[in-house]
Ligand binder design. Structure first.
Ligand SMILES: Cc1ncc(COP(=O)(O)O)c(C=O)c1O
Length: 262
């Protein structure tokens, strides 16, 4: 029997009734962008991650770009990141005009090696982007110590890892900003592109909200040049339905991985 690597329709079958109802409600509501479902999703996932602020945006890639811009990374900055990730982790650094500085992974975690970061950090470093790849958190404690010592920001790329825990805390609550993707193949997904940013810092949250909507606050007053990176209501409605099943799905995946590996 051929077993597909990933069967999106199998997951859809489990939730189709509730998802279709939610999509119809959005269609009939007349409110399609940054409405009550986006606000409800931001609230639910902020609570789940245990941070005060969650900000929806258009994709995981945009989340990384917005996080870099909000933390002041730009031309002349270096950002240390891992050699082992999806392309977007590094391309976002280059897209904001900064220089990606690659370091090797720790063979135990497959994630960024803090000792290698220590060797590359310098006065031009503005941020470190650890990636929590395949749901496996990076070793955060030494990175946090380095970020304090050098005054650099930590942007967590948790695009593949919402819900993962490091020493009892959820990823996206460990650094300055956490980034998540709702791309259809991700562990919490929409039916298109979408993303979310997480932070404990009120000022950063405010900057991220402004940057995701063309740098405007109030509306039509553009103090900075931002992006069109809003999350739409259709994606938020789908992700809201699936968010209720996230814990169950995660433990199912964990059990399945355990069975495959034993
Ligand atoms: C580690 C990692 N970072 C960033 C991204 C970019 O997310 P998106 O596809 O939502 O732009 C992805 C997923 O594709 C990813 O796996």
């Amino acid at each position: 029997m051929a077993v597909p690597f990933l069967d999106m329709v199998a997951q859809y079958r489990e939730v189709h009734g509730e998802v279709e109802k939610a999509l119809l409600e959005v269609a009939r509501s007349g409110k399609y962008i940054l409405g009550e479902r986006v606000a409800a999703l931001e609230k639910a996932l902020a609570q789940y991650t245990d941070v005060p602020y969650a900000i929806g945006c258009a994709s995981g890639t945009d989340a990384l770009i917005l996080a870099l811009r909000a933390t002041g990374v730009g031309p002349g900055s270096e950002v240390i990141t891992t050699t082992y990730s999806f392309f977007a982790t590094a391309s976002c650094i280059a897209l904001v005009g900064a220089t990606p500085v690659f370091v090797d992974i720790d063979p135990r975690t497959y994630n960024i090696d803090p000792l290698a970061v220590e060797k590359k950090i310098n006065v031009r470093t503005r941020a470190i982007i650890p990636v929590h790849l395949y749901g496996q958190p990076a070793e955060m404690e030494p990175l946090t110590a380095l970020s304090k010592e050098w005054g650099v920001k930590i942007i967590e790329d948790a695009c593949q890892s919402i819900g993962a825990e490091y020493r009892g805390k959820r990823v996206c609550s460990l650094g300055d900003i956490g980034c998540v993707s709702f791309y259809p193949t991700k562990n919490l997904s929409g039916m298109g592109d979408g993303g979310m940013l997480f932070t404990r810092d009120h000022a950063l949250a405010e900057r991220l909200r402004i940057l995701r909507e063309h740098g405007a606050k109030p509306r039509y007053y553009h103090g900075v040049i931002g992006y069109n990176s809003r999350l739409d209501e259709l994606q938020a409605a789908v992700v809201l339905v699936k968010a209720k099943l996230l814990e169950e799905c995660t433990s199912f995946r964990t059990r399945a991985t355990f069975i495959i590996n034993t």
